[in-house]
Each structure stands twice: as structure tokens, then as C-alpha cells.
Design a protein around this ligand. Structure first.
Ligand code: 3EB
Length: 316
């Protein structure tokens, strides 16, 4: 798998499966680093997610603007922007108030910051958390993250929620990491007819439903999917069965593409729960997503314990 520009028209996304020598360029809005040695540099566009790759190599997913970006900071937020697009990041340390307070503070800051930007429309958010499944029932850290996110988002209209991913790291860092893409023009949120709106999940999944859209369609026609799992309606399917969960997730992705008017799937990231043997899952996903060029396997925990896999795709 080689670096490939998947969206030549404006925003481009590249997956580098072997990024041992990769560095950001002038057009780089942001780059997620996975696996390998973390390289804490002072370039704020480089985001060390703390997630490992399936093959142990250092991989990078980079988001590129159509021209050189400007790098800035605003309080604890660091961001890069170029006319139509902005990519921000915010890391909040979990203190006495734990994950709900960290999430509330993060989302309040993101929302207030975004209201002041020319690129004010949230399109896509990634959340990286420690120990996402720790805690029982409503105390589970993912559910408490959702509580804080809802508070921080406050009265943000559900009809404009961005697409999202929320996954767990395997080692404790003490930090909640929130990263986002925003645009000068709004995207069109897309829902999946096979799935309940996440923001309307019933109470049994936690005190506050997860605030995200299933996908976001950009003006250019690109469709950016959220993390997608083996959930039909609001129920998890195929408890503990990786192969069946992959098939159900692929069915969700096909339906999402239909609903969102996506063209060809170009890149996919697969989050595989810690300790789960990948069982040739990459081959199944390639077979189920014909035309897929770039695929990256990552080790990350998923927001419900029975879920073993989550896939996020971009169609262009
Ligand atoms: C789901 O469909 C699976 O809380 O931001 C996927 C994508 C999931 C985003 C989030 C959660 C989130 O509910 C979990």
C-alpha cells in the first residue's frame, strides 16, 4: 500500500502504511500518527494517537489542504487552516473530575472556538480515550464521556452534528484527545436507514446518547463516514463473532454509501479490539468494499464491550 491522494479536487486524504520517514509538508492540515515510536515534535499538526497498528509499523493518515496552511493556537487549541478547511486538536488532562469533566471542557471549548472561525462548520471529530470500557453500567468510561460531550455540546442542534469516531487506547495516558475537521461551508449530515440515529439511542446504552452523525457529505461530493460497527437499529449484533460483525458492518457501510450518495470507497481504517486475532479480516473487508485502495488496521477498543471491530471509510 503506497501513499495515494484520494481526493485530488480540494481536501485530500492520504494513508501511509509505512510512514517511518514521513514528515508534514506545507499543505498538511493534520496527520494522525499510529504505531511505531511516538515522535513528539513541536509540529502541532502531528497527532500522536497512542494507537498501535496491526503490523507494528508506524503509519500516518494525513489530511491535506489545496494550498499551504497557517498554523495557530487559541488557548489550549492548536489548529491549522487554509481558506475552506480547518483542522483542530485539543488535549485535556483528566483530573479529579475524570472523563466526564474532561469531555465537557473539551466540547465546550471546541464549540466556542468554532463559532469564532471562518471555517465554523464542524464536519468530522475523532475522540481518543484511555480505557474506554472501564467501569460498570452507567459508570463505564465511554458512557461518562458521552455525558460530558453532551453537556459541552449543550444545545448544539442534532441536525448539524458532525460525523465522529470514539475509540480507546490500550495504555493509560491520562489525556482525552479530541481532533476535528471544520469547513467554511457546512456539510450535509447523513444517517443510516439500517441504524437508529446514535443521538436517539434508548436509555439502556447510557444516560446521554452519543452525539454524532453516521456520515458527513462535503460540498465536493466526498462522503466521510463515522466509525461504523455491527449495530442494527440500536442493538449490537453477533456478540463475540468477529467474522459476522465484519459482515454486518460491511452491510451498514453499503447502506450508508447508498444513503449518502457516496461514489467509490477510497480509504478505510479498521479498529480491532485489543487481543482479538485479526483472522484475515483485511481480506474480507477488501472483498466487501470493492475499489478500496488504502486499508489500515489499527488496534483500539470499541465503545461497546461486545463489539470487536469498527470501520471508518471515505467515499469519493
Ligand atoms: C455506534 O455506532 C458505534 O461516540 O462518537 C461510533 C462512532 C461509535 C462514533 C462516538 C461511537 C461514536 O454507536 C460506536
Amino acid at each position: 500500500m503506497e501513499a495515494r491522494a484520494v481526493r485530488p479536487r480540494d481536501l485530500r486524504i492520504e494513508l501511509h502504511a509505512d510512514a517511518s520517514r514521513w514528515t508534514p509538508g506545507p499543505d498538511t492540515l493534520a496527520a494522525f500518527a499510529f504505531g511505531g515510536d511516538s515522535r513528539p515534535g513541536d509540529d502541532p499538526r502531528l497527532i500522536d494517537t497512542g494507537l498501535r497498528t496491526g503490523d507494528g509499523r508506524r503509519a500516518v493518515e494525513s489530511w491535506l489542504a489545496p494550498g499551504p496552511v497557517t498554523i495557530s493556537a487559541d488557548g489550549e487549541i492548536r489548529y491549522a487552516a487554509h481558506e475552506d478547511f480547518l483542522f483542530g486538536r485539543l488535549e485535556i488532562e483528566e483530573r479529579a473530575g475524570g472523563i466526564p469533566e474532561a469531555a465537557e471542557a473539551a466540547y465546550r471549548q471546541v464549540r466556542q472556538f468554532q463559532e469564532r472561525q471562518p471555517q465554523r462548520h464542524l464536519l468530522r471529530i475523532w475522540n481518543f480515550l484511555d480505557a474506554i470500557n472501564e467501569g460498570e453500567g452507567d459508570r463505564e468510561r465511554y458512557r461518562q464521556f458521552c455525558v460530558g460531550r453532551s453537556r459541552g455540546f449543550s444545545d448544539f442542534p442534532v441536525s448539524r452534528l458532525p460525523a465522529a469516531t470514539a475509540v480507546g487506547r490500550h495504555h493509560a495516558t491520562g489525556w482525552l484527545q479530541v481532533c476535528w475537521l471544520a469547513g467554511k461551508r457546512p456539510g450535509k449530515p447523513v444517517e443510516n436507514p439500517r441504524q437508529e440515529h446514535a443521538y436517539a439511542y434508548p436509555r439502556q446504552y447510557g444516560p446521554s446518547p452519543p452525539a454524532f452523525a453516521r456520515a458527513m457529505r462535503l460540498e465536493s461530493g466526498a462522503l466521510i463516514g463515522s466509525g461504523t460497527s455491527s449495530i442494527v437499529g440500536h442493538a449490537s449484533r453477533h456478540d463475540g463473532d468477529l467474522a459476522a460483525q465484519v459482515e454486518e458492518t460491511l452491510a451498514n457501510l453499503r447502506e450508508l454509501r447508498r444513503a449518502g450518495g457516496g461514489a467509490r470507497v477510497t480509504s478505510a481504517k479498521v479498529y480491532l479490539r485489543q487481543g482479538v486475532d485479526d483472522g484475515g479480516v483485511a481480506g474480507r473487508i477488501r472483498a466487501g468494499l470493492p475499489g478500496l485502495t488504502d486499508l489500515l488496521l489499527l488496534k483500539a477498543d470499541i465503545c461497546r464491550r461486545e463489539l470487536l471491530v469498527e470501520i471508518e471509510c471515505i467515499w469519493n
